[in-house]
Design a protein around this ligand. Structure first.
Ligand code: ADP
Ligand code: VHF
Length: 379
């Protein structure tokens, strides 16, 4: 694997390992069936990359969309139970089509279904990392999707864009390719007259003023908003992203001037913090006094119980929570070290007091600084 991030799209042909995310709209028909021809066209491009020596991890959506037709549903279901049912039906059909299409190129595939926790909880992360790297070593193309049949509303990502970014981090990919139904990021929704293609984004500030909508195609989720979130996760941890359509994928992988290239802006960082910053659903809030806000934001210290004035929500030790100032503005997100039933008795007390009154073990931080990410406040 290359140790240095790819500097531009012209280096794409030299990527050693890529994660490719394909959206539902590129694989299915509007009436909720798989489109084997379009699926095979994507596979042809990926097989060509493999033949050129690149390892490929595919993150494929389409399970829910592919279950719509066979179940006779009128449209993409909105309730969780029917989404789970549709995904369970569609996932089998999806992987069967992939298996056939890759086999035509002599390639073996593996289905890997992940939940959000597999990408960030330490033991699970290592487990998923080990399984995926072994599959790659064995020459297999892993096909990843969220485990929609068991993911509840609280824990699911719901969109594969952010899952793909976390998977890129998990497998140490050189680049993430987001394939969708538009050929690039535009300055506004592509249907709006005057919207122009953005060829390259080298810093997050260049996205100021770009109008992205959450409305995706009839079968997809998240629209461009979750793709921009995905781009932030990947680029901030040193992985560049190319966003284009499935139809332009071959040209993009050849390094041609198509799609949008997002340069890496940061260095590899903890996946837990990426997840906390961009993907975690928080379970509660801790209200900080002004001194604690300054300590956490300016001095980057851990959060101690003495600086917390109130607690909201129901959470367990290890759950993600928001840290808010007295006015309710979110200043950070963190993994809390105590459950919500224990926190009230700790508030306002120094760690020394807590050790003396409640015993050793109660002198630990409420949120350790290693488990904390600051949230950029809107100006
Ligand atoms: N600024 C923008 N540039 C490009 N596409 C945009 C923009 N804003 C919104 N979109 C919409 O996002 C859609 C892609 O999202 P989605 O349907 O969720 O794709 P997928 O199923 O591939 O994940 C495009 O069809 C496009 O209409
Ligand atoms: N896991 C879901 C993915 C939903 C999703 O992210 O869809 P899309 O916006 O088309 O990438 C499925 O397979 O239907």
């Amino acid at each position: 694997m290359s140790a240095v991030a790819l500097q531009g799209r012209d280096q794409l042909p030299h990527a050693g390992r890529i994660v490719v995310k394909v959206g539902s709209s590129s694989l299915t028909t509007p009436d909720g069936h798989l489109d084997p021809q379009r699926l095979a066209a994507v596979v042809d491009v990926l097989a060509a990359r493999r033949a050129a020596g690149t390892q490929v991890v595919l993150v494929s959506s389409g399970a829910i969309a592919a279950g719509i037709g066979p179940l006779g549903l009128p449209a993409r279901p909105r309730d969780l139970a029917t989404q789970q049912a549709a995904a369970s039906v569609g996932q089998g059909l999806l992987v069967a089509d992939y298996e056939r299409a890759f086999a035509a190129h002599g390639l073996t595939v593996a289905q890997v279904l992940l939940t959000a926790e597999d990408t960030w909880r330490r033991g699970r992360y290592r487990n998923a990392h080990r399984a995926l790297t072994r599959l790659l070593d064995l020459g297999v193309v892993p096909i990843i999707n969220e485990n929609d049949a068991v993911a509840t509303d609280e824990i699911r990502f719901g969109d594969n864009d952010r899952l793909a970014a976390l998977v890129s981090h998990l497998v140490h990919a050189d680049v993430l390719a987001l394939l969708t139904d538009v050929d690039a990021l535009y300055t506004g929704p592509p249907s709006r007259p005057g919207s122009r293609r953005i060829a390259e984004v080298r810093a997050p500030g260049e996205l100021d003023g770009v109008d992205v909508t959450a409305r995706g195609s009839a079968v997809g989720t998240g629209g461009m908003v979750t793709k921009i979130e995905s781009v932030a996760i990947a680029t901030q941890s040193g992985i560049p992203v190319v966003l284009t359509s499935a139809a332009q994928a071959a040209a993009a992988f050849a390094g041609e001037d198509v799609g949008t290239w997002f340069a890496a802006t940061g260095r590899r960082r903890s996946i837990r913090l990426l997840w906390l910053a961009h993907a975690a659903r928080t379970r509660g809030r801790l209200v900080l006094d002004d001194g604690a806000v300054r300590a956490v934001v300016e001095r980057r210290t851990s959060l101690l119980p003495a600086g917390v004035t109130a607690v909201e929500g129901a959470f367990e030790a290890g759950d993600p929570v928001e840290l808010v100032d007295a006015a309710g503005g979110v200043v950070a997100r963190g993994l809390v070290a105590y459950g919500s039933d224990e926190v009230p008795q700790l508030l306002g007390h120094s760690t020394g007091d807590l050790r003396d009154t409640l015993g050793p073990g109660y002198d630990r931080e409420l949120v350790h600084r290693d488990d904390l990410v600051l949230v950029r406040r809107r100006r």
